[in-house]
Write a protein that binds this ligand. Structure first.
Ligand code: NAP
Length: 245
């Protein structure tokens, strides 16, 4: 049975990603920063007959929590097949390049960028034990630097600055990581789930959580002939599904 760790999976897109991967026969380590919320989410899945799941406490802002989760998972499994770096925050809104407090930038980068790096570095040894390891970094269409320069883009001028910057940085990390792992069985990709109605945006997004999670699942379950080092975004590129960086 393939194993997957999903950060921030106690609700919204991460939770639905867990549900869809359970339906595909994966064993899910459901990452949560609050173990009570994680247990509630696991109970919800189990009451729907999806039993191959357990909560793992992991706060991606906290080195000690990440390290403890790494040690715990290494006791539970010898192999991690998939890591989904899903946990993310938007920061206070509105955000502007000049007025937004530097501490908002720092906090958003802590979760969306540094957290992903630390989690990836912590779990890489378990991932290396897989014959087909996959890393999915959940980014945003707003992380595309190319499109922020295109006045015809539907999100042109939409600039929650700290969030945009953190996801652009995450994209840069993703492409370099994919490059570093090029001659291995790893597939490392960034996925934009699309503008989706969740707590993240006070349910303002037009997209649905099942559709958003399906995009993440697609990248998590790529076959050996699948791409690596790509930025998948159906919102940014409806025809090809591949966004410019
Ligand atoms: P959400 O409803 O706000 O859920 C975020 C999840 O991340 C929650 O489980 C939350 O835990 C967790 N989280 C936040 N900070 C964390 C930390 N420090 N450590 C561990 N977990 C943490 O957001 P969502 O809409 O599902 O978004 C999921 C991902 O998709 C994010 O990376 C987001 O940037 C990306 N995305 C979302 C949209 C959208 O329109 N929704 C669009 C593009 C990209 P708690 O429950 O404890 O707060």
């Amino acid at each position: 049975m393939k194993t997957v760790l999903i950060t921030g999976a106690n609700k919204s897109i991460g939770f639905e990603t867990a549900r869809q991967l359970l339906q595909q026969g994966y064993y899910v380590y459901l990452g949560c920063r609050d173990i009570k919320k994680g247990e509630q989410a696991v109970n919800q899945l189990k009451s729907a007959g999806l039993n191959e799941v357990e909560p793992i406490e992991i706060d991606v802002d906290d080195t000690r929590s990440i390290k403890a989760a790494g040690e715990l998972l290494a006791q539970k499994t010898k192999v991690l097949d998939v890591l989904i770096n899903n946990a993310g925050i938007s920061g206070d809104m509105p955000q502007t390049a000049l007025e937004t407090d530097i501490n908002v930038f720092r906090q958003v980068f802590e979760t969306n960028f540094f957290g992903v790096i630390e989690v990836t570095q912590t779990f890489i040894n378990l991932l290396r034990q897989s014959s087909a390891p996959r890393i999915v970094n959940v980014t945003s269409g707003l992380g595309s630097l190319t499109l922020h320069n295109d006045p015809t883009w539907k999100y042109y001028g939409v600039k929650p600055t700290s969030y945009v910057s953190s996801k652009a940085a995450l994209n840069a990390y993703t492409i370099v990581l994919a490059n570093n792992l090029q001659d291995t069985p790893f597939k490392v990709n960034a996925v934009d789930p699309g503008y989706t109605a969740t707590d993240f945006n006070h349910h303002s997004g037009p997209g649905t959580v099942p559709d958003a999670a399906a995009r993440v699942v697609k990248a998590a379950t790529l076959g050996a002939d699948g791409p690596t080092g790509q930025f998948f975004s159906d919102d940014n590129a409806p025809e090809t599904g591949i966004s410019p960086w």
